[in-house]
Write a protein that binds this ligand. Sequence first.
Ligand code: GAL
Length: 428
Amino acid sequence: MMGGVNIISMEKNMKNTISTLAATALLASSAAVSAAEVEVLHWWTSGGEAASVNYLKEKLSGAGVGWTDFAVAGGGGENAMTVLKSRAISGNPPTAAQIKGPSIQEWGDLGFLADIDGVAQANDWDNLLPAVVSDVMKHNGKYVAAPVNVHRVNWMWSNPEVYAYAGATIPTTWDDFMVQAKKLQNAGFIALAHGGQPWQDATVFEAVVLGVGGADYYNKAFVDLDMDALDSATTLKVFETFGNLRQFVDANSPGRDWNVATSMVIEGKAGSQIMGDWAKGEFKVAGKSVGTDYVCTAAPGTSGAHTFNIDSFAFFAQSDAASTEAQNVMAAEILGTDFQTVFNLNKGSIPARLGVSRAEFDTCAHDSMDAFVSASASGSLVPSFAHGMAMSSAVGGAVTDSATNFFNSDQSAADGVAQLVASIKAAM
Ligand code: GAL
């Protein structure tokens, strides 16, 4: 299931119970932490992720706000969302939680979220944030979340030495990927570093969808959920291509964490990993240099396109002034240029807000910034469905399940399409 918020949609029928409990939560949450302190739920536990979140903690400490860490390990956030749900329904949500995309609306609809519009207006967020970002942060027209970054998901991270040794070149199309991956394999390398977890399967699937079908198809099929686009020859080709990747993943991939897969590229055991640019944080922590030790290229067939994944912290309603003030400080710090620079240098992403200097960022980040702007103009800026940006949590979960069931079985491409269509219909 997707890491997002199946947790909520799973329980359409629990909605009423949760709504009633929201009132209790308002009272209880303030009791859980002391005055100028925030308890923050997140899933950033890898090396690069931890460096990023530590900077937020430092920033808040500098502003007089204490930090109670509520880290729940598990890439993509599925575990974190499960724990968040149980905390929320027991009337004790954290002060802030890493919640993204349409799931912000789901939590908002349930009555849990605090309005931080005062901070947003005072700091002119409407003008600091691109509309594609600010729209997601608002519920009923008011800001309830603060964006920390924009990740680009359609990246491929490669070890150039491995490619050179194998006499292979870094592929720019999926057809060529199959050819080059064979060369890597013949030279004794693992072609595709992959962790067999549902969200990672979905991340690769999403890259294939975009690379094979293009942005228009991506939007029609996976954002608009147009059944003709979904049940089409293009989707069949997507599954055929995705299925061809099974042979390039090693036998130990099931359950492997994404950052362990990144380390296989870092250590020269594997050629490439398809992963969002949080992977860059791991190269950085390992002291590797872009261009020489590792190379970032768009996932095959997706150059010029940008699959975005915006991380944000949503704020839970508080009943006392001190906690509300601590939240406001956190929200204001997050949008600061200083924070957006250092946090994103560590995280591998780019700033969510405008007006931050590009000077300190590397070539991958510059590519991502340029692609964000050009893809937005050309209509190929697309929301990442594998990371909870495009669909309700229920539909997102159905897509992730279909992708992972297919990838981890010998299901035919035709059956993959049929299962995808049926499971989306059932979840809508
Ligand atoms: C994504 C999240 C990223 C990164 C990744 C792996 O969903 O947006 O910030 O942390 O999961 O954990």
